[in-house]
Design a protein around this ligand. Structure first.
Ligand code: BGP
Length: 482
């Protein structure tokens, strides 16, 4: 069988991790611009890594320094996008997933009219992609919102954000209607409870009841996502809108039924936001979880109808690792879980950052998602963070990365052979960029090396890694030559 003839091979990046130019041409500060480089935090403690307070934001905004705020500088994609897109085209990309920085179009989120320089920037980026017949896949919210909205409203915890986001999206649809057909609403929508600031602009010490605010934010994002899906379909005939979840595939630690129960709970919480976006309603178990935990989600009249009437066209997801759950006597209800890295799995190796490498897990994920949702799937992130060495003759021998991708592609193809309808695959990330969780540059994902270190030193020159030519061959053969 093999992959579709029109399989969308490509790569994925996000505005806040590549663009830089955080305060030029009218862009306002975003939540990403106050994220600090934290080299010494235990990578297993995801919550600590992304911890943010009202004070840390004030401190960050008192300086224009980019050394310790790497997302402010990214990899200078803002100025170098023609060179980068040309390299993607050389690999044969059919698609490129990017995101639009809300704060580049609406600096504080509340302007009536968009910032023209921001609008023009993305127009130019799309033009460059089309020059090489690269189909844009655009995320409307990828770990980025105007900082002002986080400070003033506590982000998505406040219902007023819905209208502001809809205004931003409407601008995107009207301006880029001829450029973009594939849209995603919220990146890794399930992550609100894992890192509320990055994902929803919630400043934890500004919340009286953090868990309540997180679930309220979920609800607002669901409504916003549904409204935006409707508007997109109206404004761009033939467009397709997808949801995007982090597929944190969880295994029971043993055949002990109680471990199986723990794992079921974990997976159910992981699926829930996509369930709402695909089925158009809240799962009963989640509504009961709200009740049991005294969470009172305020829903306006008509919200449930909006969710029901505007479900997504396809399901996209990121897949990096699998996790393991064990029974915990003190925790018998569904839990959101606050770590990304689960228990140890003796059958799997891990990356230097402790993320398990589990290609079969990708196949399992594809089968599970297709069986659950019966919608076309799109792998929009998958890859391995590693430290690379640039040799004196400008080469990077990254066999480990090739091995990672090869093993994942083999399993992906087996899932397609089993009947999964898969639209495409975009690697995270085709070019080295600033890490979302650690703000490191040294956690490298790309087929293209960027000469920049954690503190922003380097020429920013781009170099092709060995994996560059390998991926080019994979795309050319539509996955037959691995
Ligand atoms: C996902 C995010 C991306 C990306 C990736 C790798 O969660 O959607 O933005 O960064 O993970 O994570 P990290 O950069 O922390 O290694």
């Amino acid at each position: 069988m093999g992959l579709r003839k029109d399989f969308l091979w490509g790569g994925a990046i996000a505005a806040n991790q590549v663009e830089g130019a955080w305060n030029v041409d009218g862009k306002g500060p975003s939540v990403a611009d106050v994220a600090t480089y934290k080299p010494n935090v235990d990578v297993k403690d995801y919550k600590k890594q992304v911890q943010i307070t009202q004070d840390s934001i004030k401190q960050a905004m008192a300086t224009k320094d980019t050394t310790y705020y790497p997302k402010r500088r990214g990899i200078d994609f803002y100025h170098r996008y023609p060179e980068d897109i040309k390299l993607f085209a050389e690999m044969g990309f059919k698609t490129l997933r990017i995101s639009i920085a809300w704060s580049r179009l609406y600096p504080t989120g509340e302007e009536e009219e968009p910032n023209q320089a921001g609008v023009d920037f993305y127009k130019a980026v799309f033009k460059e992609m089309h020059k090489y017949h690269i189909e844009p896949l655009v995320t409307l919210s990828h770990y980025e919102m105007p900082l002002a909205l986080a400070q003033k409203y506590n982000g998505w915890a406040d219902r007023r954000i819905i209208d502001l986001f809809v205004r931003f999206c409407r601008t995107c649809f009207t301006t880029y209607r001829d450029d973009v057909k594939y849209w995603l609403t919220f990146n890794e929508i399930d992550s609100v409870t894992r890192h509320p600031f990055t994902s929803a602009g919630i400043i934890p010490d500004q919340s009286d009841n953090l868990l309540q605010d997180e679930y309220q934010a979920f609800h607002h994002q669901f409504v916003a996502s549904a409204l935006v899906t409707k508007i997109c379909h109206e404004l761009i005939p033939g467009s397709q809108v997808g949801c995007m979840l982090t597929k944190l595939t969880d295994y029971a630690n043993s055949a002990d039924p109680r471990d199986v129960l723990a794992s079921f709970n974990k997976n159910t919480m992981n699926y829930f936001p996509a369930d709402v976006q695909v089925f158009g309603r809240y799962p009963e178990l989640i509504l009961n979880y709200f009740k049991k935990n005294n969470l009172h989600i305020v829903m306006a009249d008509g919200d449930l109808e909006i969710l029901a009437a505007n479900t997504v066209d396809f399901v996209s997801f990121s897949y990096y690792m699998s996790m393991v759950s064990s029974y915990d006597e003190n925790n018998l209800t569904l839990t959101s879980g606050n770590t990304v890295v689960g228990g140890k799995n003796p059958y799997l190796k891990s990356t230097d950052w402790g993320w398990t490498v589990d290609p079969v897990g990708l196949r399992i994920s594809l089968l599970q998602l297709y069986d659950r949702y019966h919608k076309p799937l799109f792998i929009v992130e998958n890859g391995m963070g590693a430290q690379d060495e640039l040799t004196s003759d400008g080469k990077i021998h990254d066999d480990y990365r090739i091995d990672y991708f090869r093993s994942h592609f083999e399993e992906m193809i087996k899932a397609v052979d089993a009947g999964v309808d898969l639209m495409g695959y975009t690697s995270w990330a085709p070019i080295d960029l600033v890490s979302a969780s650690t703000s490191q540059m040294s956690k490298r994902y790309g087929f293209i090396y960027v000469d920049e270190d954690d503190l922003g030193r380097g020429s920013l020159n781009r170099y092709k890694k060995d994996s560059f030519t390998w991926y080019q061959k994979v795309i050319r053969s539509n996955g037959e030559d691995l």
